[in-house]
Design a protein around this ligand. Structure first.
Ligand code: PLP
Length: 433
C-alpha cells in the first residue's frame, strides 16, 4: 500500500498547495468552513467502498449491518442536534448536497409545473429555489416547476413580506421556500407560515447557511413553523460536504412526507448513498450537541456583528444595516466600485470573499457588493478584535481598488497580519509544514 504522495505525486501536490492556501489566507466566504480532522478521517475511510441503496433494514445489497448502524446513529444525532422529537420529525441523511436535497423535496411533494415561490437570487436567494431570468430558465427548479420569486424591500434590505403575501394570494404557489444564501437577517417564520396557510402551500426552510446557528439556538428556530427543513452540512454546521432533509411525520395537505421524501431521494433521484459522508456527518452532529459548539456559534455571531459595526463605522453601506447571523452584505455602489474588482484585489492579498449582487443591482453580471462571512475564521480562533482588523484590511483593499494605487498585498500591516494568521492556532486541520 502506497500513500498518496507515492501513488500520485501530482494530485498529492495539488492537495498540499490547496491546504497551504487554506492555511495562509483569511477565509471569509460565508458558505465555507474548516471541518474537523475527525470528520475528515471518517470521510476518507473505507465507508466509501460500500453500496447501500435503500434505507437501514431495507437495502438492495448485502453486507450492510454496519452501514445500517451508522445511518441510524446519524439520523438520531441529526434529530438530537436540532432538538427534534423523533415522534414528530424524521430525517433523510442521504442527499448528496444542498441542491439535490432541495430538488428531492420538490419532486416529492410537487407535480411537474406546480408553482413555487422562493427568494429571488439577486436578492439573496439560491439558484435551487427557482432562479430564472426574463430570457432563460436557469436552474432545473425553474425548468420543471413554475417559479415566481419574492424579493426584498430595497429601502430596508428586509424581505418584503407584504409583497410576498400579495403575490402568493394571486399566484397560489404549492410551496413557499424560506432561506437564502446572502441574507443577513432571520426569516419571519410565523409570518411566512400564515401566508402559506392562507394559500394552502407547504412551507419549507432551506437553512443551509445557518444550520450551525440553528443547532446552537442562536437564531430563530425554523422547525417551529415549517413542514420541511433542508440543509447543507458543510457551511456553519462545519461537517462534510453533504445534505439533509428533515420532514414532519404527520401528513401535510394529505401527503405522507416521510415516504414521499425518502422515495424521492432513492430511487427517485439518487442511487447509493455516500456512506463516508454519512460517517463524517454523524461525527459533526455529535460535536454539534456540545457546549463548545454552542460557544463557537455564539462567537460566529459576535464576530460578524463586530465586523458589521466596524464597516458601518468606516462609512460602508451594509445591506439591512447590520447582521443577525454569520454574514454581512456590503453595498459598494455608493463608492463607485463593484464587487468583482474588490474580490479580485483582496484575493491577491490572500483575503478570500465573494462578489455578490445587492438589492437594486441593474445586472447580476456586475454585482455591486461583497458577501463576508465569519464561520471559517471563527473556527480558527478569531475573536471580535481580529474581525475589526479584517474590516480594516477590507477597507484598505476597497480604497486601493478605488484609487487604483497598487496592490493591497504591498501593505506591510497586512503582511504582518498574514504572518500572525499563519502562526495562529489551527486546531482542526493539520498544520502545513
Ligand atoms: N441552499 C442554500 C441556501 C445555499 O446557500 C446553497 C449553497 O451555497 C445550497 C442550497 C446548495 O448547496 P450545494 O452547493 O451543496 O448544492
Amino acid at each position: 500500500e502506497h500513500g498518496l504522495s507515492d501513488a500520485d505525486p501530482e494530485v498529492s501536490s495539488i492537495i498540499s498547495k490547496e491546504k497551504e492556501r487554506q492555511f495562509k489566507s483569511l477565509e471569509l466566504i460565508a458558505s465555507e468552513n474548516f471541518t474537523s480532522r475527525a470528520v475528515m478521517e471518517a470521510v476518507g475511510s473505507c465507508l466509501t467502498n460500500k453500496y447501500s441503496e435503500g434505507l437501514p433494514g431495507k437495502r438492495y445489497y448485502g453486507g450492510n449491518e454496519y452501514i445500517d448502524e451508522l445511518e441510524i446513529l446519524c439520523q438520531k444525532r441529526a434529530l438530537a442536534a436540532f432538538h427534534l422529537d423523533e415522534k414528530k420529525w424524521g430525517v433523510n441523511v442521504q442527499p448528496l448536497s444542498g441542491s439535490p436535497a432541495n430538488f428531492e423535496v420538490y419532486t416529492a411533494i410537487l407535480n411537474p409545473h406546480d408553482r413555487i415561490m422562493g427568494l429571488d437570487l439577486p436578492h439573496g436567494g439560491h439558484l435551487s429555489h427557482g432562479f430564472m431570468t426574463p430570457k432563460r430558465r436557469v436552474s432545473g427548479t425553474s425548468i420543471y416547476f413554475e417559479s415566481m420569486p419574492y424579493r426584498l424591500d430595497e429601502s430596508t434590505g428586509l424581505v418584503d413580506y407584504d409583497m410576498l403575501e400579495t403575490t402568493a394570494t394571486l399566484f397560489r404557489p404549492k410551496l413557499i421556500i424560506a432561506g437564502a444564501s446572502a441574507y443577513p437577517r432571520d426569516f419571519d417564520y410565523p409570518r411566512m407560515r400564515k401566508i402559506a396557510d392562507a394559500v394552502g402551500a407547504f412551507l419549507m426552510m432551506d437553512m443551509a447557511h445557518i444550520s450551525g446557528l440553528v443547532a446552537a439556538s442562536v437564531v430563530a428556530d425554523p422547525f417551529e413553523y415549517c413542514d420541511i427543513v433542508t440543509t447543507t452540512t458543510h457551511k456553519s454546521l462545519r461537517g462534510p460536504r453533504g445534505g439533509m432533509i428533515f420532514f414532519k411525520k404527520d401528513p401535510i395537505h394529505g401527503v405522507d412526507l416521510e415516504s414521499a421524501i425518502n422515495n424521492a431521494v432513492f430511487p427517485g433521484l439518487q442511487g447509493g448513498p455516500h456512506n463516508h459522508t454519512i460517517g463524517g456527518l454523524a461525527v459533526c452532529l455529535k460535536h454539534a450537541q456540545s457546549p463548545e459548539f454552542k460557544a463557537y456559534q455564539n462567537q460566529v455571531v459576535s464576530n460578524c456583528r463586530a465586523l458589521a459595526n466596524r464597516l458601518v463605522e468606516l462609512g460602508y453601506t451594509v445591506v439591512s444595516g447590520g447582521s443577525d447571523n454569520h454574514l454581512v452584505l456590503v453595498d459598494l455602489r455608493p463608492l463607485g466600485v463593484d464587487g468583482a474588482r474588490v474580490e479580485k484585489i483582496l484575493d491577491m492579498a490572500s483575503i478570500t470573499l465573494n462578489k455578490n449582487s445587492v438589492p437594486g443591482d441593474k445586472s447580476a453580471l456586475v454585482p455591486g457588493g461583497i458577501r463576508i462571512g465569519s464561520p471559517a475564521m471563527t473556527t480558527r480562533g478569531f475573536k471580535e478584535k481580529e474581525f475589526v482588523a479584517i474590516a480594516d484590511f477590507i477597507h484598505e483593499g476597497v480604497q486601493i481598488t478605488i484609487d487604483a494605487k497598487g496592490l493591497v498585498s504591498g501593505s506591510s500591516k497586512l503582511q504582518e497580519f498574514l504572518k500572525f494568521v499563519a502562526s495562529s492556532e489551527f486546531p482542526l486541520i493539520d498544520k502545513v509544514s
